[in-house]
Design a protein. Sequence first.
Length: 151
Amino acid sequence: MVEAVERKIVPGGCFCGAVQFEIELPTLFCAHCHCSMCRRPHGAAFVTWTAVPPQQFRITAGQEHLKTFASSTLGRRQFCNVCGTQLFCWHEHEDATDPDMIDITLASLHQPIDRAPDMHVFYDSKAAWSVVEDDLPKLGGPTGTEPLANS
Ligand SMILES: [Zn+2]
Ligand SMILES: [Zn+2]
């Protein structure tokens, strides 16, 4: 007898509902990102992301409403072209054509995931007016995920 593998699916969507998607747990991480490429398009102090491998991600409605913007050579951001909700960032290795990870804005998921935000990344790019008072690790440097001397 074959045991059924329990699949935990978490649905999500943009603010207007035109774009719908789902991810399958487990996620790869959950982090607050303070980099300017997140802050500026989101119009926010920082952006909370989780991520899954592409095979754990599926668009269920509104693919035609996804607009793509290449924010760097390594990342393509996608947002709803109706309501402007920033939804995804696809990461790619320089030497590969297929992305190996997709970031998903935690705020666009409709149900809890398998972890809470557990770190700040690109913390040295933090907006001066943003106040962070939690005890989570605060990482930065060129990769955004290295220990910082004074935090
Ligand atoms: Zn929308
Ligand atoms: Zn960022």
